[in-house]
Design a protein. Structure first.
Ligand SMILES: Cc1cc2nc3c(=O)[nH]c(=O)nc-3n(C[C@H](O)[C@H](O)[C@H](O)COP(=O)(O)O)c2cc1C
Length: 351
């Protein structure tokens, strides 16, 4: 008897296939369809920090707002029309309508003005919150350390407000992703030492516990920029991923498994049961899917689950725990293989 059940951020899931945040999960109908199709959990469409701030009239104070074009369009009514109040209603309705965990999602870039809202999400019944932190640091004067500090501040602020688990969905663009994953993935007695100017006057972080993210979602796939050479203008690239986009996430899941305490959620490029199995073997706690559902419909969830079950039968595995992380670096006899970046042999062959 195959058992697909698993635990994610302390939540019991019937299987490790989670519907990622997108317009598919921005309304009750989509949430119900995802649950009926067999999803292990559902991440709702993100609400933007700016929307929450706008409601509390704090928007004008946001120095970064002007550069956040996606949010500006969003606020002008492009995309999902839900405001913060309607979003709380969606959380309430969704948690009542389905019997799988519903994870709310906030797209944010600062810890200012909006973190109270996390409490409201918690009171509305969400099982957890996924914070999609989207920063594109284009300012040449901005230091890398200051950007990293934002991530710690946002996590710290939201963790101080709520008891439900918090996942951080991040991109891969850090100088030292392993280091930031370590800081986000462990409880700490002190704020990371390098964060000069973190505390206000007279404040100390000495007796605060800086709590880990309950999960890291690796990785976000950002809006793709492209250029139309015939009309000489900027256009959006393909918003949907392909299976070829899986490798970066696969590499980092396999490198971080058993090295940080947060759960690891795999996102980007998972289109089939094979892809999900690869991520589980690398060490993913759960696998998130979006593009494949947009292309193939919610029935794809059943097909992916069947594929995983069939593979487990063939391999003689009864539960996910029997093979999760088996191909992680931590369990490998050849850990150096995971750190190879260059195609040495290929270049040699071409000479
Ligand atoms: C149309 C569309 C809308 C999306 N909206 C959100 C969103 O609101 N919040 C979020 O965290 N991710 C959003 N995403 C990103 C997906 O959750 C996911 O991380 C990304 O598509 C990569 O996964 P995939 O390869 O399975 O598509 C969106 C993706 C698409 C294609």
């Amino acid at each position: 008897m195959i058992d697909l059940s698993t635990t994610y951020m302390g939540l019991a899931l019937r299987n490790p296939l989670v519907v990622a945040s997108s317009s598919l999960t921005g309304n009750l109908e989509g949430v119900k369809q995802a649950a009926t199709a067999g999803a292990g959990a559902i991440v709702l469409k993100s609400l933007f920090e700016e929307q929450i701030a706008a409601e509390t009239a704090a928007l004008g104070k946001h120095a970064d707002y002007a550069g956040h074009t996606e949010a500006a369009e969003y606020l002008q009514g492009y995309g999902m029309a839900l405001g913060p109040q309607e979003y709380l209603q969606l959380v309430k309705d969704s948690t009542q309508a389905v019997d799988v965990p519903v994870i709310a999602s906030i797209n944010c870039f600062s810890h200012n003005n909006w973190s109270d809202y996390a409490k409201k999400i918690e009171s509305s019944g969400a099982s957890a919150i996924e914070l999609n932190i989207g920063l594109l640091p284009t300012n040449t004067g901005q230091q890398g350390r200051a950007i990293e500090q934002r991530y710690y501040q946002i996590l710290h602020e939201v963790k101080s407000q709520v008891k439900i688990p918090i996942a951080l969905k991040v991109g891969p663009y850090f100088s030292s992703f392993a280091e930031i994953a370590k800081h986000l993935g462990h409880d700490r007695a002190e704020a990371p030492a390098f964060t000069v100017g973190w505390c206000g006057p007279g404040e100390t972080t000495g007796n605060i516990v800086w709590r880990k993210a309950d999960a890291l979602v690796l990785f976000n796939r950002y809006y793709q920029l492209d250029i139309d050479i015939d009309n000489l203008e900027l256009v959006g690239g393909n918003p949907l991923s392909t299976p070829a986009d899986i490798n970066n996430s696969l590499r980092w899941i396999s490198l971080l498994y058993n090295r940080i305490e947060s759960d690891l959620a795999a996102s980007t490029g998972i289109h089939s049961g094979r892809d999900a199995i690869k991520q589980l073997l690398a060490g993913a706690t759960i696998t998130q899917v979006c593009s494949t559902l947009m292309t193939n419909g919610f029935d794809q969830i059943g097909r992916i689950l069947q594929e995983i079950e069939k593979w487990m039968q063939t391999q003689g595995f009864d539960s996910i725990g029997e093979f999760r992380g088996r191909l992680s670096q931590a369990k490998s006899e050849h850990p150096e293989d995971y750190e190879r970046l260059q195609y040495i042999k290929l270049f040699v062959g071409l000479e």
